[in-house]
Design a protein around this ligand. Structure first.
Ligand code: DX5
Ligand code: ZN
Length: 216
């Protein structure tokens, strides 16, 4: 049985106590920390910049999985890498030269990720699979935490699983109630915001998710 990775999304953490929040999920045994970067243009919300990523990097050993929901992300790859990003994921809709930005991520020393919005067909990412360490399938419209999971997106995961040996990550609306269908579709990494940071006991929340994922 393959190990399913779980990455809590910092977006749902209490930002007034960021260091404690990060340590809390680290102690709860998560595998990485997902950091949602939004620019108010690619998505309506504005969240985190390199300064905050660097601050988080100073207080944790966890791999930082940085999800760039920004236009022309090539402008910021070097800065996020310098801030401590281990994985850098860009959106296929956000950049003209995807090969170029992936090369830039790879040359920075980070792992490459490519994501797609719910309305974007899975075919758009297929040409880039040989250059990718991870594909991140959005199961909500990017922009906000706490939205409802879109089960139809698991069709994309199945297509990708048949063609891709790298990591398949699913992001948005994941709970202990739907984790097993995500894993059965072929995902390796579950991003979970509200269902971890939204619960008072992060250890219990992580155990619940892990049990649901591993018992698929
Ligand atoms: C949405 C973000 C997600 C989100 C996940 O734009 O990319 O990472 O914060 O949060 P939940 O699990 O609450 O949907
Ligand atoms: Zn995300």
């Amino acid at each position: 049985m393959k190990k399913i990775l779980i990455a809590p999304s910092l977006l749902s953490a209490d930002f007034s106590r960021l260091a404690e929040e990060v340590r809390d999920v680290e102690n709860a045994g998560c595998d990485a920390l997902h950091i949602d970067v939004m620019d108010g243009s690619f998505v309506p919300n504005i969240t985190i910049g390199p300064l905050v990523v660097a601050a988080v990097h100073r207080v944790t050993e966890l791999p930082l999985d940085v999800h760039l929901m920004i236009d022309t992300p090539s402008r910021y790859v070097a800065e996020f890498r310098k801030a401590g990003a281990d994985w850098i994921t860009v959106h296929v809709e956000a950049e003209k030269d995807i090969h170029g930005v992936l090369r830039m991520i790879r040359e920075s020393g980070a792992k490459t990720g490519l994501s797609l919005r719910p309305k974007t067909p899975v075919e758009t990412v297929l040409p880039y699979l040989p250059e990718l360490d991870m594909v991140l399938v959005m199961s909500v419209e990017p922009g906000f935490g706490g939205q409802k999971f879109m089960p139809d997106m698991m069709e994309k995961v199945k297509v990708l699983r048949s063609k891709f040996e790298g990591l398949i990550s699913v992001d948005g609306g994941i709970t202990a109630g739907n984790a097993s269908q995500v894993v059965l579709a072929g995902a390796d990494l579950l991003v979970a915001g509200s269902s971890v940071f939204g619960k008072p006991d992060r250890g219990a929340a992580m155990r619940e998710l892990r049990d649901a994922a591993q018992n698929s």
